[in-house]
Design a protein. Structure first.
Length: 146
């Protein structure tokens, strides 16, 4: 029997989504041993929680995007679409919603970080019109997660 298509909807993250979102991030290869995803979620919920987005089809969480605006640039982290739901424009829809929310706040430019070895994701952003900036990303851990 063919199941009817459940329309995709983007909404803010809810606390009940936490374990499902972390499983999604793990399935998409976004988690790293030095970043505790539970802590990343708690930190996001303390700053602009309305910009933590999830995509759902019916009762199934299929995507996420953690968006932020620092007054100078917008940022997107943890953009993820479940492997079974890729190539259905869910990632594109999440990015469009992120851009819309950032433009509402007067954000002039959006930035994101992609691992240089992730050719598939780089191609996705190329298709969305993102270009590679001539910068070097630097970081320093202030609070260890482990």
């Amino acid at each position: 029997m063919i199941q009817p298509f459940a329309p995709m909807k983007i909404r803010p993250f809810a606390l009940a989504d936490e374990s499902t979102v972390i499983v999604l991030w793990q399935a998409c290869g976004l988690t790293r041993p030095w970043n505790d995803p539970h802590r990343d979620i708690q930190r996001k919920l303390s700053e602009q929680p309305e910009l933590f987005l999830v995509a759902v089809e019916g009762d199934t969480l299929v995507g996420s995007a953690m968006v932020g605006f620092d007054g100078h640039r917008g940022w997107v982290y943890y953009l993820a679409v479940s492997p079974e739901h890729r190539r259905l424009s869910i990632g594109r829809a999440l990015m469009q919603e992120a851009e819309r929310l950032l433009m509402e706040r007067g954000c002039p430019k959006i930035n994101l970080l992609v691992r240089s070895t992730n050719a598939e994701v780089l191609a996705f952003y190329d298709r969305l019109g993102y270009t590679r900036d001539d910068v070097v990303s630097l970081g320093r851990r202030l609070i260890p997660d482990n």
